[in-house]
Design a protein around this ligand. Structure first.
Ligand SMILES: Nc1ncnc2c1ncn2[C@@H]1O[C@H](COP(=O)(O)OP(=O)(O)OP(=O)(O)O)[C@@H](O)[C@H]1O
Length: 327
C-alpha cells in the first residue's frame, strides 16, 4: 500500500497536566480531502502546528510526505501549504505583488514566478482584481488570495485551518468548490479543519470527529454513523397508517407488530396512534411496505431515518439528545 501523506502515531501534546492532543492516530492518503471536525478547543490547531513542526509533540510521531515534522520542519514547510483563518498580506501591495513576493521568498526565477502567479490569480478568480491593493480586498477575496499564495510553491499538501470564517455563503461555496477541483486536478492532499459540519460534509472524502484532544471516529459518513451509533439501531423506519379509526384494527396491528419484528435486521417495533417505528440494522422499507399493505391496512407514508453527521454533531458538539421516538 502507498505510504500515507500525513501520518500521526500516538501523537500527544500536553500543557502541564492537560492533554490538548491525546494519543492521536491518523493516516491520510495522497489526493484525499480529509475533514478534521471538532468544536472550539478540541485540539485541531495544536495538531496542525505539530504537523507543520511549529510546536513539538510531548510524545508520539508526526510524518508529513514521509518527513518527520519534529525533526525536519523546514523540509515539511517546503512541501506543505498552510492557510490559517486569516492570512497576513502586505496591505499596501497589490494581490499580484503579494504573490510575487512569496514566489521570490521561494526562490522562483522571475519569469516562471510571473507566469505561475498569473495562472494562479486566474485559477482563484482574482485575475481582474490582481492590481488592487490587498488591503482593499474583501474577506472572501483575501482567502482566495491566501489559497493562491500557498499554491505558489506547488505544495503536495494543503492544510486549511477554519478557512471560511467570516465569508458569506456564496463565497464559502465558491471557495470549497475551488478546493475540491484543485485537489482532484493536481492530486493535492487536503486537510480541512473546521467546526462547520455542513462545509466539511460537502467537500471531504473522509471526516475525523475530534473532541477533547481525541479522535472519536473517522471515515465517510456511513462508517462514522456505524462506529458512533453501533449501540443504537442505525435505521429507523416510520410508517404512517391511513384511516386508523376502527377498534377492529387493534388485532391487525398486534399481528403486524410481531410480523415486522420477525423480519431480518429488525430489532424493535413500536406503534403509536397511527404509526409504526421499526428500528434495526438494515433498510427493510420494502418489506415493511409489503407487510402493511398485505395486512389490509392502508399505508399513508413511509420514511427512513439514517444517522448522519447531523446526529453526530448534536451528540458530540451540542450535547443534545440524539434521537427521540414517541413512546
Ligand atoms: N500554549 C498553550 N498553553 C496552554 N494551553 C493551550 C495552549 N494552546 C492551546 N491550549 C489549549 O489546548 C486546547 C486545544 O486548543 P486548540 O487551539 O488546538 O483547539 P482548536 O480545536 O483548534 O480550537 P479552535 O477552533 O477554538 O482554535 C484548548 O483547551 C486550549 O486552551
Amino acid at each position: 500500500m502507498e505510504q500515507p501523506v500525513i501520518e500521526l502515531r500516538k501523537l500527544t501534546k500536553k500543557y502541564g497536566d492537560f492533554f490538548a492532543v491525546d494519543h492521536l492516530d491518523l493516516s491520510i492518503s495522497k489526493g484525499e480531502i480529509f475533514g478534521l471536525l471538532g468544536p472550539n478547543g478540541a485540539g485541531k490547531s495544536t495538531t496542525i502546528l505539530m504537523m507543520l513542526g511549529l510546536t513539538e509533540p510531548t510524545s508520539g510521531q508526526v510524518r508529513v510526505c514521509g518527513i518527520d515534522s519534529t525533526v525536519n520542519p523546514i523540509d515539511v514547510k517546503r512541501r506543505v501549504g498552510y492557510l490559517p483563518d486569516d492570512v497576513g498580506f502586505y496591505d499596501q501591495l497589490t494581490g499580484r505583488e503579494n504573490l510575487l513576493y512569496t514566489a521570490r521568498l521561494n526562490r522562483l526565477p522571475r519569469q516562471e514566478a510571473e507566469q505561475r502567479v498569473d495562472r494562479l490569480l486566474a485559477r482563484v478568480g482574482l485575475y481582474d482584481d490582481a492590481g488592487k491593493k490587498a488591503g482593499k480586498y474583501s474577506r472572501g477575496m483575501r482567502q482566495r488570495l491566501g489559497l493562491a499564495d500557498v499554491l505558489v510553491k506547488n505544495p503536495e499538501v494543503i492544510i486549511l485551518d477554519e478557512p471560511t470564517l467570516g465569508i458569506d455563503p456564496i463565497g464559502v461555496r465558491e471557495f470549497l468548490e475551488l478546493i475540491v477541483s484543485l485537489s482532484r486536478e493536481e492530486e493535492i492532499t487536503v486537510l480541512l479543519s473546521s467546526h462547520h459540519l455542513h462545509q466539511v460534509q460537502q467537500v471531504c472524502d473522509r471526516v475525523g470527529i475530534f473532541v477533547a484532544g481525541k479522535l472519536l471516529a473517522q471515515g465517510n459518513v456511513a462508517a462514522l454513523s456505524k462506529a458512533l451509533f453501533s449501540d443504537k439501531e442505525p435505521y429507523v423506519i416510520e410508517a404512517k397508517i391511513a384511516n386508523m379509526s376502527s377498534d377492529a384494527t387493534d388485532s391487525v396491528v398486534e399481528a403486524l407488530k410481531l410480523q415486522l419484528l420477525g423480519l431480518d435486521g429488525v430489532g424493535s417495533v413500536q406503534f403509536d396512534t397511527d404509526r409504526f417505528y421499526i428500528g434495526g440494522t438494515q433498510n427493510v422499507s420494502v418489506d415493511v411496505a409489503h407487510a402493511i399493505v398485505n395486512s389490509g391496512l392502508g399505508l399513508a407514508s413511509l420514511s427512513m431515518k439514517e444517522y448522519g453527521l447531523d446526529d453526530i454533531y448534536v451528540k458530540y458538539f451540542e450535547g443534545g439528545e440524539l434521537y427521540e421516538k414517541t413512546a
